[in-house]
Design a protein around this ligand. Structure first.
Ligand SMILES: C[S@@+](CC[C@H](N)C(=O)[O-])C[C@H]1O[C@@H](n2cnc3c(N)ncnc32)[C@H](O)[C@@H]1O
Length: 270
């Protein structure tokens, strides 16, 4: 068992890992991430204390699923891509998507997080981890810059400062010949109301960067392709799998624009 002592934003990735583990234990899971459950069983940590149980666990996999689907689509079209998975935490996306060895994959998170990943998850061909803050930009030199890039960041942007996040996007767009960014964004209301999120509150994390409109990234050379608000995350197939309470909540969000636009998943091309 690996004992861990993460706090603040680093602790939040234990909550999302646990959310995926809980989903995988269901008879009819959305993501079915068995590796997440195996990881949880190897980590000595009081996972439920972060408040991610029941319906809240569903929100983790509801967010991960469209990000997986869009990422898989990009990799089908670009089997020579470089993937930069920012703020990867303990996410097993590389194992879920299982890209061909022609894809070079980089998982980036703080050194302590990456150290835990290395202890728990197996190595694989053309898969690399980089232990660095995403805004200490020296890490970018470790990634090849001559191939199309898929940049994925789930549950990361809101933890960055606007200045740090914007500089990161500028540098990523400048580095690669072309690519796609897939990430979730919180609205400025979402940032203001951050303490209603039990995971953020219990981890003692702070959210900074709010983005109200995906078009705000146009000034960094990123063209919006799609954006899903919370009422649009679940496809009909996924909707059939969620609990009646989650289904009701998802349907209800349609009538509350402020709430449904608090967290969006977007896709941009450059
Ligand atoms: C909510 S967790 C999401 C983790 C993972 N993407 C997932 O969905 O399970 C936020 C992650 O962002 C990472 N993070 C936050 N700020 C970061 C930074 N400046 N540099 C690198 N990682 C960062 C944290 O360490 C944590 O792993």
């Amino acid at each position: 068992m690996e004992k861990v002592h993460f706090t603040e934003e680093k602790a939040t990735m234990l909550a999302t890992l646990y959310g995926r583990a809980l989903d995988s234990r269901l008879d009819n899971p959305i993501l079915g991430d068995r590796a997440a459950d195996d990881a949880v069983r190897q980590i000595d940590y009081d996972f439920p204390k972060l408040g991610l149980t029941g319906e809240r666990a569903a929100s983790v996999v509801l967010r991960a699923k469209p990000i997986d689907d869009w990422s898989a689509e990009y990799l089908r079209e670009h089997p020579d891509a470089v993937v930069v998975h920012l703020g990867c935490g303990m996410d097993t996306r590389v194992y879920r998507l299982d890209p061909p060895p022609t894809v070079e994959w980089f998982d980036v998170d703080y050194p302590e997080v990456v150290e835990l990943r290395r202890k728990i998850f197996p190595e694989r061909a053309n898969y690399h981890t980089i232990g660095s803050s995403v805004t200490d930009f020296g890490w970018l030199d470790l990634v090849p810059s001559d191939r199309p890039a898929l940049i994925v960041a789930e549950g990361l942007t809101m933890y960055l400062t606007p200045e740090g996040g914007e500089e990161l996007l500028r540098r990523l767009v400048a580095k690669f010949p072309s690519g796609e960014l897939i990430c979730d964004i919180f609205s400025r209301w979402g940032i203001k109301l951050q303490k209603i999120n039990p995971v953020v509150r219990k981890a003692g994390a702070t959210l900074y960067w709010g983005v109200d409109d995906p078009r705000e990234f146009e000034r960094f050379g990123l063209d919006p392709v799609s954006a899903l608000d919370a009422s649009e995350w679940a496809t009909p197939e996924v909707m059939a799998k969620v609990s009646p309470v989650t289904r009701m909540q998802l349907r209800a969000t349609k009538y509350f624009p402020l709430i449904r636009k608090m967290a969006r998943i977007g896709r941009w091309r450059f």
